[in-house]
Design a protein around this ligand. Structure first.
Ligand code: C2E
Ligand code: CA
Ligand code: CA
Ligand code: CA
Length: 284
């Protein structure tokens, strides 16, 4: 759809035009969408590979757009980043997710530990001066234990980051919050940077999981995952794999020493109560 109330007119490439208008329109609509509660958060379960226990979830934001229907983050996060709107939106997601994790604490058993919540952090948020204070404020407001929170930062966001750029992350890590390196393996980062980055979790990109295809996994991919897992464990990092879609992949990745998994095999992102059903099914 065009700007609401816009004129109809003929164009050479209607699809491209619609995309351009949508992009422009969506960008303008971001601030009011946040005010009008059009965003919502879905939760994708995180599973411990050792015992298949539900450990918590990753929060993934969606936009319930009045005209376009439900939009996925790939359709609006880049726009929100380009305007800076990701800062209030990201804070809102963090608040929602932290509150949800606290609510789960009352009634969700996660292998005897407090349910964990993972929240994505945009590079734009990382560069914002209020980030550390906001994370501390959300922990304070919700009462969430810092160790129950994990902030996911993409590998590419940290490439070339100097000590100054890493300072906020270090301060957040000092609060007890875990930092995960998201989409690991896609950004060509120097493996030795793992020694000094303030991260405690590696999230292996879905492309590695895809390499665990059946009936014969790609032998080179297997070697690479083995190497990454062994290095990660030597450095005291946990390894989470994303995009697990089959039981065979799960078993293979567990055999390779991966610690935690996420993917459609266990559950897609969905409403918060999905996690209850999953953990009940797990227990029964
Ligand atoms: P991501 O952090 O890598 O999140 C994982 C994405 O993979 C999610 O897509 C998830 O639904 C999808 N996925 C999970 N399991 C499977 C699987 O088994 N197979 C396949 N094919 N896909 C799977 P989604 O929700 O569309 O999110 C896309 C990206 O948007 C995320 O990638 C993340 O980078 C970004 N994003 C989502 N929520 C937020 C947010 O609140 N803030 C920021 N800054 N970025 C966000
Ligand atoms: Ca993520
Ligand atoms: Ca990821
Ligand atoms: Ca990914």
């Amino acid at each position: 759809a065009k700007e609401r109330g816009g004129n109809r007119y003929e164009v050479a490439d209607p699809a491209a035009d619609a995309r351009a208008i949508t992009r422009h329109g969506l960008t303008n609509q971001l601030p009011s969408a946040l005010r009008h509660d059009e965003f919502f958060v879905e939760y994708q379960p995180l599973i411990g590979l050792e015992d298949n226990a539900v450990l918590g979830a990753e929060a993934l934001v969606r936009w319930s757009h009045p005209v376009h229907g439900v939009l996925g983050p790939d359709q609006f996060i880049p726009l929100a980043e380009s305007t800076g709107q990701i800062v209030p939106l990201g804070r809102w997601v963090l608040e929602q997710a932290a509150q949800q994790a606290q609510d789960w604490r009352q009634d969700l058993q996660c292998a005897g530990r407090p349910p964990r919540i993972n929240v994505n952090l945009s590079p734009v948020q990382l560069g914002h001066p209020d980030l550390v204070a906001e994370v501390a404020a959300v922990l304070d407001e919700t009462g969430l234990e810092p160790t129950a929170l994990c902030l996911e930062v993409t590998e590419s966001a940290l490439i070339g980051a100097d000590e100054d750029a890493l300072k906020p992350l270090r301060r957040i890590a000092d609060l007890g919050v875990a930092i995960a390196l998201d989409d690991f393996g896609t950004g060509y980062s120097n493996l030795s940077s793992l020694r000094w980055l303030p991260v405690s979790v590696l999230k292996l990109d879905r492309s590695f999981t895809r390499g665990m295809r059946q009936p014969q996994p790609d032998p080179v991919e297997v070697k690479i995952v083995e190497g990454i897992v062994s290095l990660a464990h030597d450095l005291n990092l946990t390894v989470t794999v994303e995009g697990v879609e089959t039981r065979a992949q799960a078993e293979h990745l567990r055999a390779l020493g991966c610690d935690t998994a996420q993917g459609w095999y266990y559950g897609k992102a969905g409403p918060a109560d999905q996690l209850h059903k999953l953990s009940l099914a797990d227990a029964g």
